[in-house]
Design a protein around this ligand. Structure first.
Ligand code: NAG
Ligand code: NAG
Ligand code: NAG
Ligand code: NAG
Ligand code: NAG
Ligand code: NAG
Ligand code: NAG
Length: 489
């Protein structure tokens, strides 16, 4: 299969990834990519208070052709440990799973919310990720575009609606208010769920959800401009070194045995075939540092400390190497400069080639990176090569909105928190301004991707504690309002 061009490669690698990576490094391969989750690999071993259930789910919620009545076993997880019970109409917090095995998402801020609000937690697995494969098995589900065609955000939201309604019925919990919580792509799903199914959840906490990074609502270069700003704000000399390093890599690559020189200098596990491989690797290192620039590790600061702190007289690439060493403290094995072969196409690859088309690109001198404009024709060609399908770059805004969001959500929506950390490059595509008194933006200057949903620790900085407190206060008000109305029914 043809190698995807840089556009698709970056799109596939940059996109969202997952939030709880700090909790579960196994979730992330290669520092920021989204890999395919296989059903054969073990799920995270859950503490005993989590009950795993399988629901007989409809493969196609939107078609009545006789041959589309197929079902699959959809995994969801319940935790009643904190629940006040149906008789007291205690709330249910619903975690709208993102592009990963949902068992990795159990230890988030939602646990603290659950204890505080005496809620039961319902974690929903996104179809085609982890255990929840239509067509009986992963091999069948990933066969071709016909079997992958049932992988879409709309189908996933309908799955979630179906399970929530049925779980409430089975628990006689019809009066219990449900609140959607999600992170990253799952945060987009949480906010869309509230918009599409307002009769099922009373509100949504959408953490780090770039719902405006579609259809050029957000400038294409926004993501990399924020990455660049994170580095400039940390150290201008560090930024300058990185900016100069790309042409330096080219200069050395052009020398006789230049690629060998670079391979040795960067201690790559296998010899470089092109200088682009090295540049892509470094780019992923910088963008993932920015996206996950969370306490207590602060990888941007750590990288720059290495770059700036190299001994006097160290050349540019020597400084870059020192930056990598500093970021991965104690790292002394070789660097696995991965290739981007999509031999095992992930479910996320499919989603980016169908609906989740985020036009991310940047021109010359706009960022600390070499120019890499977004080109929908090249992107389409890659998707045709890999899956035989043509992306629908305007569908997400048609389906869920996005343009003129302030007026649109201001006119009809209620009870959504859009949480962001401004160091997260995806925050540029998030909702950063209050839309109304109940559709609100809660962002922090120092936060990164999904900082607020990480499990609280005693060492958390004040700004993070304050962000979470604000979210708790808002959710309390939703629940209080719900009970006030219930009492007068
Ligand atoms: C809940 O209410 C029902 C009906 O009033 C009652 O039979 C049941 O015992 C109650 N359950 C609990 C746990 O209090
Ligand atoms: C996809 O695979 C199924 C099962 O093997 C097959 O019936 C179907 O024709 C294939 N569809 C395409 C478009 O290749
Ligand atoms: C609710 O109960 C029915 C009957 O036991 C069962 O078939 C169904 O799967 C349950 N729903 C969920 C969401 O577990
Ligand atoms: C160079 O190409 C070979 C053969 O395709 C591959 O095994 C190797 O991983 C590549 N090297 C790098 C650094 O990607
Ligand atoms: C691709 O996925 C299949 C099915 O899960 C697995 O057997 C195979 O080892 C994977 N190949 C690679 C290169 O990861
Ligand atoms: C690019 O930026 C550098 C400084 O960062 C500046 O010296 C140079 O003139 C700029 N080039 C162009 C074409 O704008
Ligand atoms: C699109 O692909 C063509 C052919 O590979 C390439 O020459 C061109 O530079 C690409 N466009 C962009 C904007 O990268």
């Amino acid at each position: 299969m043809a190698l995807p061009s840089v556009h698709l490669r970056l799109a596939l690698l940059l996109l969202l990834a997952v939030c709880a990576s700090a909790v579960h490094p196994r979730k992330l391969t290669r520092f920021g990519g989204v890999r395919r989750f296989t059903t054969s690999e073990p799920s995270y071993e859950l503490p005993p208070e989590y009950e795993i259930h399988y629901y007989t789910q409809t493969v196609d919620h939107f078609n009545y052709k006789p041959d589309s009545y197929a079902t699959f076993q959809h995994r969801y997880i319940l935790n009643y440990k904190y629940w006040g019970g149906a008789n007291s109409s205690s709330p249910i917090f619903v975690y709208t799973g993102e592009e990963t095995d949902v068992t990795y998402d159990v230890e988030t801020f939602i646990l603290d919310l659950a204890a505080r609000f005496k809620v039961s937690i319902l974690l929903l697995q996104h179809r085609y990720y982890g255990e929840s494969m239509p067509f009986g098995s992963e091999d069948q589900a990933f066969q071709n575009a016909s079997t992958l065609g049932y992988l879409s955000s709309e189908q996933a939201l309908a799955d979630y609606a179906q399970v929530i309604v049925d779980v409430k019925k089975n628990l006689s919990a019809e009066n219990c208010p449900a609140v959607a919580v999600g992170a990253s792509y799952g945060g987009m799903l949480a906010s869309w769920f509230r918009i599409k199914y307002p009769h099922i959840v009373i509100g949504a906490l959408a953490s780090s959800s770039p719902i405006l990074y579609f259809d050029d609502i957000t400038p294409q270069n926004g993501y990399h401009v924020v990455v660049t700003k994170d580095f400039i704000d940390t150290s201008e000399s560090c930024y300058n070194t990185i900016k100069q390093s790309w042409s330096e890599i080219d200069r050395i690559a052009a020398e006789p045995n230049g690629l060998m020189t670079l391979s040795n200098k960067f201690n790559t596990c296998s010899p470089l075939n092109t200088s682009q491989e090295l540049k892509d690797y470094l780019e992923i290192m910088y963008v993932s540092a920015a996206q996950y620039d969370n306490p207590p590790y602060y990888p941007v600061e750590r990288t720059c400390r290495g770059i700036d702190g190299a001994p006097e007289g160290t050349d540019i690439l020597g400084r870059i190497v020192a930056g990598l060493k500093s970021r991965f403290r104690g790292w002394d094995s070789c660097h696995d400069i991965f290739t981007f072969e999509l031999s095992n196409k992930s479910a996320w690859d499919w989603q980016t080639c169908t609906q989740i088309v985020m036009p991310i690109g940047y021109g010359y001198n706009e960022t600390m990176f070499e120019a890499e404009p977004f080109d929908i024709n090249n992107y389409t060609k890659d998707c045709l090569d890999v899956f035989g399908i043509v992306p629908r770059p305007h569908w997400m805004t048609t389906e869920f909105g996005g343009h003129d969001i302030k007026t649109v959500l201001g006119n009809f929506a209620r009870n959504i928190i859009f949480a962001n950390g401004l160091r997260d490059p995806y925050s540029i595509g998030g909702v950063l301004e209050d839309i109304s008194d109940s559709v609100v933006a809660v962002h922090t200057e120092h936060g990164a991707h999904c900082s607020d949903l990480h499990p609280p620790t005693p060492d958390d900085p004040d700004w993070l504690v304050a962000q979470r407190d604000k979210e708790i206060k808002i959710i309390s008000a939703w629940i209080a309002e719900y009970y006030a109305k219930l009492a007068t029914k």
